[in-house]
Ligand binder design. Structure first.
Ligand code: MRU
Length: 337
C-alpha cells in the first residue's frame, strides 16, 4: 500500500476549531475529529484521539487558545487559570503539553491575537523539528539496516514527520534498503495499529512483532539499531517513553545494539534533574483487560482478553536511564548529554 493519508497533519486549527486525526479509530477508519471548545479538546487528549508527545503538545496549545477564545471579558484571567489546570491534567507525562500550554497562556496575558499566533507557531515548530530530526537521524541509518522501534513515534505522534520514524522515512525516501521491526506495544497497541499503518502507507518494509519478541530478535543478530521517541527527558538524559522501552534498552545494551532517542528540544525538561522526578501516568485497567477491534461486519467491539475478576496495573510509561542511551536525535543534531 502507498498513499499519503498519514501525511495529513495530525492536528491543526482554524479560528477556534481544532481538527485532529482520530487515532482511536485507526487503522480501521480514517476520520478527522473536530472540537470547538477547550473542554472537548481536553477529552480528545485524555481519551487518546490524539496521542504522542508532539501532537499532545500542539493540541494542548490549541486547547489553551480555545479557552482564550471562550474566556469572557469580565473573568478573563480566572477563566484562563481554570482552563490551564484542566488542560494540564489531561496527560501528566508529556513535557510538550506543559510547554505549549504555558507559552499560549503567557501570550494570552498580552492579547487574544497573540495567543492564537503562538498556538499555531508551536504546531509549526513541532512539524519543522520532526523534519530536521529526520535529516540528522538518517545519517545514523545504513543501507541494509534492520531497525527496531517501540510505540508510535511517527507522523501521528508529532504534527508532521514524526520523531523516531522521521529518520526511517528519510532513509527510505533516499532508497536505502531498510526493514523495521515494529513492537506491537501493549496495551494500546500503538505499534501494531499506528506505526504499522503509517509504514504500510509509506511503503516501508516492516513486520509487527509481539512486545516480548524484541530481545529474541536482538539475540539472533537481526536488529542493527533501536530508535524510539520520548515523552520527557530529564536534565541528566533519563528518558520517559512508552512502557516497554526500558526492557528493550537493557536488552539492546546487552547485545551491543545502539539505542537512540529521537525528540524535539521541547521534550527536554531541564527543571527535572533525573528520571526519578518524572510523573508516570497510570491509565485505566480496562486498557489491559480489554482489546478493541472490528468484527466481521466492521463494527468496532470491545472484548475482554483477561481472566474475569482479576484487576490490572497500567503504567503508561517507563524511564530508561541515560546510561543505556547512545544519543539523542534532535532538530539541532545528535546530542550526547
Ligand atoms: O501514550 P502515548 O501513545 O501518547 O505515548 C506515546 C509514546 O510513548 C511515544 O513513543 C512518544 O510520545 C514519543 S513520540 C512523540
Amino acid at each position: 500500500m502507498k498513499n499519503n493519508l498519514h501525511r495529513i497533519k495530525s492536528v491543526r486549527a482554524e479560528r477556534n476549531m481544532v481538527y485532529m486525526i482520530d487515532q482511536v479509530l485507526l487503522p480501521w477508519e480514517f476520520k478527522i475529529c473536530k472540537t470547538e471548545r477547550y473542554l472537548e479538546t481536553c477529552k480528545a487528549i485524555k481519551t487518546m484521539i490524539v496521542r504522542g508527545a508532539g501532537t499532545i503538545g500542539a493540541t494542548a496549545g490549541f486547547a489553551m487558545w480555545q479557552a482564550v477564545y471562550e474566556a469572557p471579558e469580565k473573568n478573563y484571567i480566572d477563566f484562563l487559570n481554570k482552563a490551564k489546570i484542566e488542560i494540564e491534567a489531561t496527560r501528566p507525562t508529556a513535557r510538550d503539553l506543559f510547554v505549549a500550554v504555558n507559552r499560549v497562556y503567557e501570550r494570552a496575558l498580552i492579547s487574544r491575537n497573540e495567543a492564537e499566533e503562538e498556538a499555531h507557531k508551536i504546531a509549526d515548530e513541532n512539524a519543522e523539528a520532526g523534519k530536521k530530526i529526520g535529516e540528522f537521524g538518517n545519517n545514523l541509518i545504513k543501507d541494509g539496516d534492520r531497525i527496531l522501534t517501540h510505540c508510535n513515534a511517527g507522523h501521528l505522534a508529532l504534527v508532521d514527520y514524526g520523531s523516531a520514524l522521521a529518520p526511517v522515512y528519510k532513509a527510505h525516501s533516499e532508497g536505502k534498503n531498510i526493514f523495521v521491526y515494529v513492537d506491537e506495544t501493549r496495551p494500546r497497541s500503538q505499534g501494531a495499529k499506528l506505526t504499522a499503518w503509517e509504514l504500510n502507507n509509506a511503503g516501508v518494509p516492516h513486520a509487527i512483532i509481539p512486545d516480548n519478541a524484541a530481545a529474541w530478535y536482538m539475540s539472533l543478530g537481526k536488529i542493527d539499531i533501536f530508535i524510539t521517541g520520548a515523552d520527557r527527558i530529564a536534565a541528566n538524559g533519563d528518558t520517559a517513553n512508552k512502557i516497554g522501552t526500558l526492557g528493550k534498552a537493557i536488552a539492546a545494551r546487552h547485545y551491543k545494539i545502539p539505542f537512540y532517542v529521537a525528540a524535539p528540544l521541547s521534550t527536554f525538561d531541564f527543571d527535572i534533574k533525573t528520571g526519578k522526578d518524572i510523573q508516570i501516568e497510570e491509565r485505566s485497567q480496562d486498557e489491559v483487560l480489554y482489546q478493541t477491534g472490528p468484527d466481521k461486519k466492521g463494527t468496532i467491539r470491545k472484548i475482554r482478553v483477561a481472566s474475569h475478576g482479576s484487576p490490572s496495573c497500567n503504567p503508561a510509561f517507563d524511564v530508561t536511564p541515560k546510561k543505556f542511551i547512545k544519543g539523542f536525535i534532535t532538530e539541532e543534531g545528535i546530542k550526547k548529554i
